[in-house]
Ligand binder design. Structure first.
Ligand code: IFM
Length: 495
C-alpha cells in the first residue's frame, strides 16, 4: 500500500516565519491574569471530525462511518466523508496554528486508519500520515498531544461486540502499542481515551452516538471495558514510549448540582455523579468502583462477573496528567417537579436514557445565556471541577477541551465577528486562573475547536471553530475569536 501523504517538510518556509514573526517583535503588556510559565496554549480536534479521506490510504470504516451513513442518525444525513479535508490540508492548517501562536495541538489518531480491522499489524500509510503531521508540527515549534481514541472504533470490532465485549479492551491496548512504537519518537504526550462517558452511555445507552445501541447493561459493560482498555493501554504505552513521555486520559466530568437542598435532589445529584463521574475516577484513582454506583446499577449488571481479578490494578496504573473537558454544568432534581423538569440533559434527544441506574432523574436548565448547542454558560463549574480534582487526586491537570458553538455570521467583507465566543473563552480562562490561584496545577488549555467541523449527530450545523470553514470551498478564515486568542497567547494571559 503506498502512502497518499505528501512528503514531510522539516523546516518552516520563510513565508511561515514571516507570518509568525510579528508576535516575536514587540514586547506585550503583562496581563492582569498571567498563566504559569510553560502553560500550554492549544487547540483540539478529532480525526473523524476533521480528516475526511475516509476511504484513502487503506482506512476502513469506523462505527461513525456506519452510523452517519445510516438514514436518520445525523442532522441532514451529514457524514465525515470529507469533513474539512484536513487529511490533505494539514500543512495549511498547521501554518494557521503557527500564525495563532499555538504552542500545542491536540489531535486524535484514527484507529481504522492505523489498524483497519482492529487487529494485526499497523498500516504504514496510516502511520505515515501522523508522522508527517507530527513532523510538520515540530517544524513550527508546536507540541503534539495525541489522543488514541476519540470515538472512531473500527467497525470490524463493533461487529464482534464492540466495547461491551471484554476483548475490545485487549484490542485497544494492542493498537496503543503499535501507535506508540511508531510515533513515540515524535509525540511526547498521549491521551488514551477521549470522554469515555460519551462512548459508553451515548454510544450504547441512549444511542445518539455511534454505534447507536440502546441497552443500559451494555453501556455499563462498555464503561468497564473502556476503563480496562485505558489501563491496559497505559501499560502498553509505558513499555513503548521513552520514560519522559506523559500519559493522560480526557474525561468529560459533570459539574453536578442539585436543584435544591431537598434530600431527594441531593440523592439525584449523587446518582448522576456516580454514573457520570465516579464510574471513571473511582477505578482510575482509587482502584475501586464506588459502592453506591454498584448498588444503583446492581439490577442491570453483575459487577462481580464483569470485573475480573486484576482489572482494577490495571485500571489504576498511575498516569501523569488528567485531562478535563468542560462545557456546561449539570443541574438535577429527583423526579418530583414535573412542571420544570426535563429528561433532556443536553446530551441529545432520545427516548433511551444515557444514565443507567439514574434514569428517573430530571435535568434543569442552569442559569446563564445559552450557546447554540442550548448549553448554559457557567464557567464556575470549571473552577469547581479543577479545584476538587486537585484536592482529591493532586495530579497535574490539562483542560483538554473547552469552547462553544454559536450562530456565526460571515460579514460582507468575509470576516466573522464572534464576540460571544470571545466572551465564553475569556470567562473560562478566568475560571481556570481562579483554580490556579487556589492551588490547582493546571498546565494547559486546549480550545475546542481549532476549526469548524463535523459535530457528530448535529452534522455540520454547529460551529465550534476559532477558524471558520466554508463547507462549499473548504476555505479557512480565522474568526475574531482566533485573533483574540492569538493575543491572549502572545501576552500569556487575560485582563
Ligand atoms: O465535538 C465534541 C468533541 O468531539 C468531544 N467533546 C465535546 C465536543 C463538542 O460537543
Amino acid at each position: 500500500m503506498t502512502s497518499t501523504v505528501p512528503p514531510a517538510r522539516t523546516t518552516a518556509t520563510p513565508a511561515d516565519r514571516a507570518a509568525a514573526a510579528p508576535a516575536a517583535l514587540s514586547t506585550p503588556e503583562p496581563p492582569a491574569r498571567a498563566f504559569p510559565p510553560g502553560f500550554r496554549w492549544g487547540a483540539a480536534t478529532a480525526a473523524y471530525q476533521i480528516e475526511g479521506a475516509t476511504a484513502e490510504g487503506g482506512r476502513t470504516a469506523s462505527i461513525w462511518d456506519t452510523f452517519s451513513h445510516t438514514p436518520g442518525r445525523t442532522a441532514g444525513g451529514h457524514t465525515g466523508d470529507v469533513a474539512v479535508d484536513h487529511y490533505h490540508r494539514f500543512r495549511e492548517d498547521i501554518r494557521l496554528m503557527a500564525r495563532l501562536g499555538l504552542t500545542s495541538y491536540r489531535f486524535s489518531l484514527s484507529w481504522p486508519r492505523i489498524q483497519p480491522t482492529g487487529r494485526g499489524p499497523a498500516l504504514e500509510s496510516g502511520l505515515d500520515f501522523y508522522r508527517a503531521l507530527a513532523d510538520e508540527l515540530a517544524a513550527h515549534g508546536i507540541r503534539p498531544v495525541a489522543t488514541l481514541y476519540h470515538w472512531d472504533l473500527p467497525q470490524h470490532l463493533e461487529d464482534v461486540g464492540g466495547w461491551p465485549a471484554r476483548d475490545n479492551a485487549e484490542r485497544f491496548a494492542d493498537y496503543a502499542a503499535l501507535a506508540a512504537q511508531a510515533l513515540g519518537d515524535r509525540i511526547d504526550t498521549w491521551v488514551t481515551l477521549n470522554e469515555p462517558w460519551c462512548s459508553a452511555f451515548l454510544g450504547y445507552g441512549s444511542g445518539v452516538h455511534a454505534p447507536g445501541r440502546t441497552n443500559p447493561a451494555d453501556a455499563l459493560r462498555a464503561a468497564h471495558h473502556l476503563n480496562l482498555g485505558h489501563g491496559l493501554a497505559v501499560g502498553a504505552l509505558r513499555a513503548a514510549l521513552p520514560s519522559a513521555a506523559e500519559i493522560a486520559v480526557s474525561l468529560n466530568l459533570h459539574a453536578v448540582r442539585p436543584l435544591s437542598g431537598h434530600p431527594d435532589d441531593l440523592a439525584a445529584a449523587r446518582r448522576i455523579d456516580a454514573v457520570g463521574n465516579r464510574i471513571f475516577t473511582g477505578p482510575l484513582f482509587s482502584g475501586a468502583y464506588p459502592e453506591d454506583l454498584l448498588a444503583d446499577t446492581a439490577h442491570l449488571v453483575d459487577w462481580d462477573t464483569l470485573v475480573r481479578d486484576g482489572d482494577l490494578a490495571e485500571i489504576s496504573r498511575p498516569i501523569d496528567l488528567l485531562g478535563l473537558n468542560y462545557y456546561t454544568p449539570t443541574v438535577v432534581s429527583a423526579d418530583r417537579d414535573t412542571e420544570n423538569a426535563t429528561r433532556h440533559d443536553g446530551h441529545g434527544d432520545s427516548e433511551h436514557s444515557p444514565w443507567p441506574g439514574a434514569d428517573d432523574v430530571s435535568f434543569h436548565r442552569a442559569p446563564g445565556e445559552l450557546t447554540a448547542m442550548g448549553w448554559p454558560i457557567d464557567p464556575s463549574g470549571l473552577t469547581d471541577l479543577l479545584t476538587s480534582l486537585h484536592r482529591e487526586h493532586g495530579l497535574p491537570l490539562l483542560v483538554t477541551e473547552n469552547g462553544a458553538a454559536f450562530e456565526d455570521v460571515v460579514g460582507a467583507d468575509g470576516s466573522i465577528d464572534d464576540p460571544e465566543r470571545i466572551a465564553y473563552i475569556r470567562a473560562h480562562l478566568a475560571a481556570i486562573h481562579q483554580a490556579v490561584e487556589a492551588g490547582a496545577d493546571v498546565r494547559g488549555y486546549y480550545l475546542w475547536s481549532l476549526l469548524d467541523n463535523f459535530e457528530w449527530a448535529y452534522g455540520y450545523a454547529k460551529r465550534f471553530g476559532a477558524v471558520h470553514v466554508d463547507y462549499d470551498t473548504l476555505a479557512r478564515t480565522p474568526k475574531a475569536s482566533a485573533h483574540w486568542y492569538a493575543e491572549v497567547i502572545r501576552r500569556g494571559g487575560i485582563d
